[in-house]
Design a protein. Structure first.
Lengths: 293, 317
C-alpha cells in the first residue's frame, strides 16, 4: 500500500516538476510570477490532440509538435504581455498574466467547448507492470517519470554546458550586469520562456494521455500548484523545484490514501502549503532570500 | 410602456446584480486601489458573507435583517484575520497568497457540512419590511440606498486620515512607517473594511437568489472583479463605478438584443475573453486604468526609468 502510494506520488510529482521548472526559471530570470503558465500546459495537450487527429502523427511526434507549439505560444506571451511592461510594477505584469490566462482559456472553450474530450488513440496500450505482488505501475505513469528525468537531464546539460545556458544563469544573477557583458537579455528571456513552455507542454500531453481526458480549464489548477512547488522549493532554484514537486506529489497521494473526510479538497492542500511556507520560511527549502516577503 | 419596461423583473435583476458587483468592486478598490494590497481572493469574502447570512437565516432561523447585519460583522472579523498575511508578504506574492486563501475557502464551502457541502444552501428567506416582502423593485430600491451609503462611506474614509494613511502605504511601506503610520493597523483595517463590503454584497446576493453553492465564489469571480476595478482605475470611486458598470452591462446588452452573429451559449466565454484582452491591453497602454490618477503612482515613474535600460541593453547586444 505504502509503496504503491509512493510510486503514484512519484509520477504526479514529476508532472509538477515539469510544469514548475519553467515557472522557477522565469522567476529566476525576470523576477516575475508567470501566471499564464498553466494555460501553456493546456495548449500543449490540445496541440498534441490536434496533431494526432488532423496530421495523423504518431504519439512521440505529436508530443514534439505540442512542445514546439507551446514554446512558440510561451514566447509570444512573453513578447506581447510581459516585455512591454518589463521594469514596471510587478502588479501590472501579474494582472497582464492573469489576463492572458483568462483570454486563452476562454478562447479554447469557445473552440472546443468546455466539455471533457478524450485523448485520441495513440496505439500505445495502457499496460500495468507488476513490480511485486501488490505494487504496480502503468506504462503511462512510467512515461511521465521517464520524460521528467530526460527533461531534467537535458535542462541540466543545457544550463551547464552551452553558451546560452550560461547566459541564462548570468541574467538570473544580475540582468543589468549581464546585459553590459554583451548578453542579449531579450533573447535569453525568450529562450527561458521557450524551454519552460516546452516542458510544461510535455507534462500536459502526458497527463492527458494518462487520464485520457483534456479540457480547456485543465491547466489552471496545475498552473497554480506550480506556484506552491516553486515557493516550497525556493524561488529560482531548479534543484529546489525538483524536491518541492516530489514532496507535493507524495503529500497529495498520501492524503488521498490515508486521510479521508477532510474539510478541504486534495487540491487545496497545495495552497495550504503555499501559504504556510510564505508566512514561515518564504525562501523555501533551497532558495535565496526573497525581498518582498 | 416605459413603466412596464422599468418593472420588468429581468431588467430589475440585472440592476440588482450590478449593484452587488459595485459593492464588491468598492471593497476591492479599497484594498487594492487605495491601500495597494493586491487581492486575488475577493470572492472568498463574498462567499463568507453569503454563507454566513444564509446559515444564520436558514439553520439558526434568525430574522433576515439580523442575519445580514451579523454576516457583515462576521466578514469584517474574518477578513481582518485573512488580511494578516499582508503584513509579511507583498505585491505579487500577496496576490498568490490571497489567491490560495480564496481557493482554500471555496474548497471549505464545498466540503464542509455546515455549508451544505456540494449541494449548497437553498430556500434562503427574502427580507421583509413593514410586513411587505422586499422583492424585485423594492429590493432594488433598498440596494440602491445601500450602494449610496457605501459610496459615501468610501468617499469619507478615503478623504480622511485613514485614506491618506492607506495611500502612503500604497506608495511606500517603509516611508509610511517612518512617518509614524501604524502600518499593521491600517493594513488589517483595509482588509476588514473591504471584506465587510464584500460580505454585505454576499449577504444581499444570498437573500436575492435564495440558493447559493460554492460554484458562485470561485477564482473567476475574483479575477473578473479585479479586471473591472483595474480597468476602471485603481484608487478611484468613479473608475470602479464605470469599470463595473460597463464590463457588467456589456454582455447583458448583447444577451438582450440576441445578435445573430454571436452564439448565445458562448456569451460568457466571449465575455471572459474580452475581460482578459482588456486587462492585457490596459496594463500595456494605460496601467492606471481609465479614471486612475497619472503620475501619483510609482507604476508610471518606474516604467519610464526602466525603458531606457532595456533600450541600452539592445544596443550592446
Amino acid at each position: 500500500m505504502l509503496a504503491q502510494q509512493l510510486i503514484n506520488g512519484l509520477a504526479i510529482g514529476f508532472v509538477y516538476i515539469l510544469v514548475s521548472v519553467g515557472l522557477t526559471m522565469v522567476y529566476g530570470v525576470l523576477k516575475l510570477l508567470h501566471f499564464a503558465h498553466g494555460v501553456i500546459y493546456m495548449v500543449g495537450a490540445f496541440s498534441a490532440m490536434l496533431g494526432m487527429i488532423y496530421f495523423h502523427l504518431p504519439f512521440p511526434l505529436a508530443l514534439l509538435l505540442a512542445m514546439a507549439v507551446s514554446a512558440v505560444i510561451g514566447m509570444g506571451i512573453e513578447r506581447f504581455a510581459y516585455r512591454p511592461l518589463r521594469g514596471g510594477h510587478p502588479i501590472t505584469t501579474l494582472i497582464s498574466g492573469v489576463g492572458v490566462a483568462i483570454l486563452l482559456e476562454n478562447f479554447f472553450q469557445v473552440i472546443f467547448t468546455s466539455d471533457t474530450l478524450s485523448f485520441p488513440e495513440t496505439g500505445i496500450e495502457n499496460t500495468i507492470y507488476h513490480l511485486t505482488q501488490s505494487v504496480s505501475i502503468t506504462n503511462y505513469k512510467f512515461y511521465i517519470v521517464i520524460a521528467g528525468v530526460i527533461g531534467l537531464g537535458l535542462l541540466y546539460a543545457f544550463l551547464k554546458f552551452t553558451k546560452m545556458g550560461i547566459a541564462i544563469q548570468a541574467v538570473a544573477q544580475d540582468m543589468r550586469a549581464a546585459s553590459l557583458m554583451g548578453v542579449n537579455v531579450n533573447r535569453v528571456v525568450s529562450v527561458t520562456f521557450m524551454i519552460g513552455s516546452a516542458l510544461a507542454a510535455a507534462a500536459g500531453v502526458l497527463v492527458a494521455l494518462n487520464y485520457n481526458s483534456l479540457f480547456p480549464s485543465m491547466g489552471s489548477i496545475p498552473g497554480l500548484k506550480a506556484f506552491c512547488v516553486v515557493v516550497l522549493g525556493g524561488l529560482g532554484s531548479i534543484g529546489g523545484t525538483v524536491v518541492g514537486g516530489l514532496i507535493l506529489g507524495l503529500v497529495e497521494t498520501m492524503s488521498d490514501g490515508y486521510l479521508s473526510g477532510m474539510v478541504i479538497d486534495k487540491d487545496a492542500i497545495a495552497f495550504v502549503i503555499l501559504i504556510v511556507i510564505l508566512l514561515i520560511k518564504p525562501s523555501g527549502l533551497f532558495g535565496k532570500k526573497v525581498e518582498k516577503v | 410602456m416605459v413603466l412596464e419596461a422599468l418593472f420588468n423583473p429581468y431588467y430589475v435583476d440585472i440592476v440588482v446584480f450590478l449593484i452587488i458587483y459595485i459593492l464588491l468592486g468598492l471593497g476591492l478598490n479599497l484594498i487594492t486601489g487605495y491601500a495597494g494590497q493586491v487581492s486575488l481572493g475577493h470572492a472568498a469574502f463574498f462567499g463568507i458573507g453569503a454563507y454566513s447570512s444564509a446559515i444564520l437565516s436558514v439553520k439558526a432561523d434568525l430574522n433576515p435583517w439580523l442575519a445580514i447585519t451579523l454576516a457583515i460583522v462576521i466578514t469584517f472579523v474574518i477578513s481582518a484575520i485573512l488580511g494578516l498575511p499582508s503584513l509579511r508578504v507583498r505585491e505579487d506574492f500577496l496576490a498568490i497568497t490571497t489567491l490560495g486563501m480564496g481557493l482554500i475557502i471555496q474548497s471549505f464551502f464545498k466540503n464542509s457540512s455546515i455549508t451544505g457541502g456540494a449541494y449548497g444552501i437553498d430556500s434562503i428567506p427574502t427580507p421583509s419590511l413593514f410586513g411587505m416582502k422586499l422583492e424585485n423593485m423594492s429590493y432594488l430600491i433598498f440596494l440602491l440606498i445601500v450602494m449610496l451609503i457605501g459610496i459615501y462611506a468610501v468617499r469619507r474614509m478615503t478623504q480622511s486620515r485613514i485614506g491618506r494613511a492607506w495611500m502612503v502605504i500604497r506608495e511606500d511601506d517603509i516611508v509610511a512607517q517612518s512617518m509614524g503610520i501604524n502600518t499593521t493597523y491600517y493594513k488589517v483595517l483595509v482588509f476588514a473594511i473591504g471584506g465587510a463590503y464584500a460580505g454585505a454584497a454576499g449577504a444581499l446576493f444570498a437573500h436575492k437568489v435564495s440558493f447559493i453553492s460554492s460554484d458562485s465564489f470561485g477564482f473567476a469571480v475574483s479575477a473578473t472583479l479585479l479586471s473591472m476595478v483595474v480597468i476602471g482605475g485603481l484608487g478611484s470611486i468613479r473608475g470602479t463605478l464605470f469599470g463595473v458598470s460597463v464590463l457588467y452591462l456589456l454582455p447583458e446588452f448583447f444577451r438582450l438584443f440576441q445578435f445573430t452573429f454571436i452564439d448565445m451559449n458562448y456569451l460568457d466565454m466571449y465575455k471572459m475573453m474580452i475581460y482578459g484582452l482588456l486587462m492585457v491591453l490596459m496594463m500595456r497602454y494605460r496601467p492606471n486604468g481609465i479614471f486612475g490618477k497619472k503620475g501619483a503612482k510609482k507604476v508610471m515613474t518606474k516604467r519610464l526609468h526602466k525603458k531606457k535600460a532595456v533600450k541600452g541593453g539592445e544596443h550592446i547586444a
